[in-house]
Design a binder for this molecule. Structure first.
Ligand code: B12
Length: 320
């Protein structure tokens, strides 16, 4: 299906919604810019959409008369019509962040649920496809190296194996710039969410650095890895030979939850090590997850434990 056909379908749906009174035609949208029915109603594509140069909207002054579904009061609204036990449904909705009690229009989602899903999906896509803000990396003097990914985020998604290996330049630069044989080597990787790094780095970085120094541990030269997967820790271990590698990395974003970061850790990581040799402090984010300040302190405690038992992952569990 081409863009024109797709837009014809979208416009037909908008006409249907207008006829049913769900949308109204006004002289201008609230933002002052004419709202695009197509951009509101078409499902987010798998890759960021390209601007459509030649397409002219048949309706230029349309606004959608629905409340913002991402606001909490609408996000957690009970939408089941005529429930047998309204309080029971409300209690279930309040007990989880899962999408329950959303109601339906015949066999379909109702419009508010669909828009919420699409809004959340857009947040996820933005987090995944965006790069970490360079200003943030500069604030912490993090130089950037890259894995063997050369074809951008699309290749990153399709080739996790390449994201687990530093490219040759990266190996050389890390070898030149980084202090070797340190106790703690901290690295930051974009992983699957730039937003996660941006949301947490400012808080967690100083806690880890100062925590290490306060514990009398040497803290190596931190750096940033673009297109990073967890397994890249092995290459870092081979070059720097630290006791513990800590990799702060963006977790796979959930729908509407993009700021969750993990700290993956390993004792003397080396080629061939697997996740069984690693530990993870996951779900690091403010307001609902592991607070980044606490997360940083926890990471240092685990690092000390790893050094004490000379082990990480499953071996550490069996040693303690
Ligand atoms: C995707 C995922 C998986 C996938 C990983 C496959 C892949 N190639 O991506 C699969 C299904 C294999 C998996 C398996 C497991 N997972 Co898992 N996983 C996740 C998830 C949803 C996202 C991870 C992510 O975004 N990583 C970042 C990206 C950039 O990393 P990556 O390099 O692409 O992928 C690596 C990591 O994801 C890592 N990994 C995934 N899970 C785990 C768990 C542990 C303990 C470790 C050390 C590493 C690890 O394996 C991948 C390959 O190296 C998280 C949820 C979350 N909130 O983080 C849970 C999560 C990390 N997993 C968890 C667990 C418990 C497991 C299992 C132990 C479950 C089990 N009982 O078998 C196994 C063990 C993993 C292993 N390889 O040994 C827990 C960890 C809790 C904790 N603090 O210990 C989490 C937080 C889920 C949860 N809330 O319970 N997992």
């Amino acid at each position: 299906m081409n863009d024109t056909q797709l837009n014809e379908i979208v416009d037909a749906i908008v006409r249907e919604l207008k006829a049913s009174g769900a949308v109204t035609k006004t002289s201008a949208s609230s933002s002052g810019t004419p709202a695009s029915p197509s951009s509101t109603l078409v499902a987010s594509p798998a890759v960021p959409a390209q601007p459509r140069a030649n397409y002219q909207l048949p309706i230029t002054n349309l606004s959608i008369d629905l409340p913002d579904p991402t606001l909490d009061e609408h996000r957690y609204k009970m939408r089941v019509k005529n429930p047998k036990d309204a309080n029971g449904v409300k209690a279930m909705i309040a007990s989880t962040t899962a999408r329950i009690g959303v109601g339906r229009a015949g066999p379909r989602y109702n419009t508010a649920s669909l828009l919420l899903f699409q809004g959340d999906h857009a947040v996820t896509q933005d987090a995944l496809y965006r790069d970490v803000d360079q200003k943030l990396l500069d604030e912490f003097n993090l130089f950037t190296v890259q894995t063997k990914i050369t074809g951008g985020k699309q290749e990153y998604l399709l080739r996790p194996d390449l994201g687990r290996q530093l490219n040759d330049d990266a190996k050389r630069i890390v070898n030149e710039k980084c202090q070797k044989n340190v106790n703690i080597q901290l690295c930051v990787g974009d992983g699957l969410s730039a937003a996660a790094i941006e949301a947490n780095l400012r808080q967690i970085f100083p806690v880890i650095k100062q925590g290490a120094q306060a514990a009398g541990l040497t803290f190596g030269t931190p750096f940033f890895i673009k297109y990073a997967r967890v397994g890249v820790m092995n290459d870092i271990g081979e070059i720097i030979k630290p006791d513990v590698v800590i990799l702060l990395i963006g977790e796979r974003p959930g729908l509407g939850r993009a700021e969750s970061m993990s700290a993956y850790m390993a004792y003397k990581p080396k080629t061939g090590d697997s996740d069984a040799d690693r530990d993870v402090v996951c779900n690091i984010f403010e307001n609902g997850g592991t607070n980044p300040l606490e997360g940083g302190a926890f990471v240092i405690q685990i690092a000390q434990k790893m050094m004490k038992h000379k082990a990480s992952g499953v071996k550490l569990k069996t040693a303690t």
